[in-house]
Design a protein around this ligand. Structure first.
Ligand code: NIG
Ligand code: FE
Length: 414
């Protein structure tokens, strides 16, 4: 038996699952199968076999072997919510926030999303790609192997198209698995009424995006001051008619009805959830929607953290993503997101790891190929530095503990 790559003496092989396990919810969020003193073999970009060192077949030969003594191996993180294609950072607004302005104050003054849109509109597609690629490599080095990338800083037909083309080109220029989401309904541009902009989204943007097959999904910022639940439903239904399934920005700043529209329209996920109550939890229990917390955004905007414990105790699944963007979450570091989920939302390390791997994979319809250590899945894994336990990853927040990254069976960062 010959394979391309063999990992030996793995201290702990984390998140070992059968192929039929696609999401953790309720009590199963606390279960994290880990194989100690293990090997893992990879061939032609897939995970082929794994088991304890004592059971490793004697005739298993490999072109390359990595001794993982003292190190853990994780499935790569799946980050199911980012806006990592953008033109420039927004530290000026960071300082305004420190001095007391809220996210809404900044948006009302023409800052926020409109600030990012003005900057992006002046850039050529190649320049936008060049500015975005370092962020893609940064998340690869911090352990992410698959990512969702949204538009929403274009806000014109041509600039939304430009953003989505760049998002798709990231998959050609890096080993990341990329899913794209059309978020034309992120904010209303200054020079147009909301009604007219919604017509542009429905009549021009959605057909143009579909024509070029630029987006897997459709998203709306369902929020007071942005898009109402009725407007969200209308836009989402228009996207669905072109094959784009919904995933929504819901209940970030206020309890704005986003969760209920997500449930009604059969969204894959409702993301943010800083402002939910028992009614939203009840609505989610009657659905297959993946509730997704973005703890980096709650931290950066000083918002209440989503009721992660209450959702898990109600039997729901929970996913964690980064929301990597210049306005509310300037970090795509999934280990840090897990730390915030543990510290601020009272998730256990096991729950946080499930939330950032198999559950985000499910939210991106990638659980057949990503999100766990399973024979036949894409060989997307990372090897940690020597650490005492897997819980050390969310515990030692701020440390860079990802050592080697293997994507599609190849070492891409070490
Ligand atoms: O997910 N809430 C809406 N969209 C982003 C922030 C966008 C921005 O401020 O640039 C978010 O937090
Ligand atoms: Fe977002």
């Amino acid at each position: 038996m010959i394979c391309d790559l063999l990992l030996t003496n793995i201290k702990g092989l984390v998140q070992v699952r059968n192929a039929d396990f696609t999401r953790a919810s309720g009590k199963s969020m606390a279960e994290l199968p880990v194989l100690t003193d293990a090997f893992l073999s990879i061939h032609q970009s897939k995970i082929i076999s794994f088991g304890s060192m004592s059971s490793m077949p004697a005739n298993l030969k490999s072109l390359q072997t990595i001794d993982c003594n003292g190190r853990f191996v994780f499935p790569s993180f799946v980050d199911s919510h980012t806006h990592l294609v953008f033109a420039a950072s927004r530290e000026e607004e960071f300082v305004m926030k420190i001095n007391g302005a809220t996210y809404q104050d900044i948006a009302a003054a023409g800052g926020g999303i409109l600030n990012s849109a003005r900057k992006l509109q002046t850039l050529a597609e190649d320049e936008l790609l060049e500015r975005s690629l370092p962020r893609a490599w940064e998340i690869i080095q911090s352990g992410t192997g698959a990512v969702e990338i949204k538009s929403g800083y274009g806000l014109t037909v041509k600039d939304e198209i430009k953003m989505l083309r760049v998002a798709k080109r990231i998959a050609q220029h890096t080993p990341l698995t990329v899913k794209t989401t059309f978020l034309g309904a992120h904010a209303v541009p200054a020079n147009i009424t909301k009604e007219a902009y919604i017509q542009t989204i429905i009549q021009e943007m959605i057909p143009a995006v579909a024509e070029e097959k630029l987006a897997n999904y459709i998203d709306v910022f369902c929020e007071q001051g942005f898009f109402t639940p009725d407007e969200t439903e209308k836009i989402v239904e228009a996207g669905k008619a072109f094959g784009m399934k919904p995933r929504l920005h819901a209940n970030q700043l206020y309890n704005s009805g986003g969760v209920q529209v997500g449930v009604k329209t059969g969204a894959l996920s409702v993301d943010h959830l800083e402002n939910i109550g028992p009614e939203e939890i009840e609505a989610l229990k009657k659905s297959a929607v993946m509730p997704t917390a973005l703890p980096g955004a709650a931290f950066f905007l000083n918002l209440p953290f989503p009721l992660g414990r209450a959702m898990i105790e109600a039997g729901l699944p929970l996913a964690i993503a980064s929301d990597y963007n210049p306005g509310s979450a300037p970090s795509g570091n999934m280990s840090l997101m897990m730390a915030l989920a543990c510290i601020k939302m009272k998730l256990t390390p096991e729950e946080a790891i499930n939330a950032a791997t198999i559950n985000t994979a499910d939210a991106l319809e990638l659980s057949a190929t990503h999100g766990s250590i399973t024979a036949g899945k894409q060989a997307n894994i990372f090897i940690t530095k020597p650490i005492p336990s897997y819980a050390f990853l969310p515990y030692a927040f701020g440390s860079q503990l990802v050592d080697k990254v293997i994507l599609n069976g190849k070492v891409v960062s070490e």
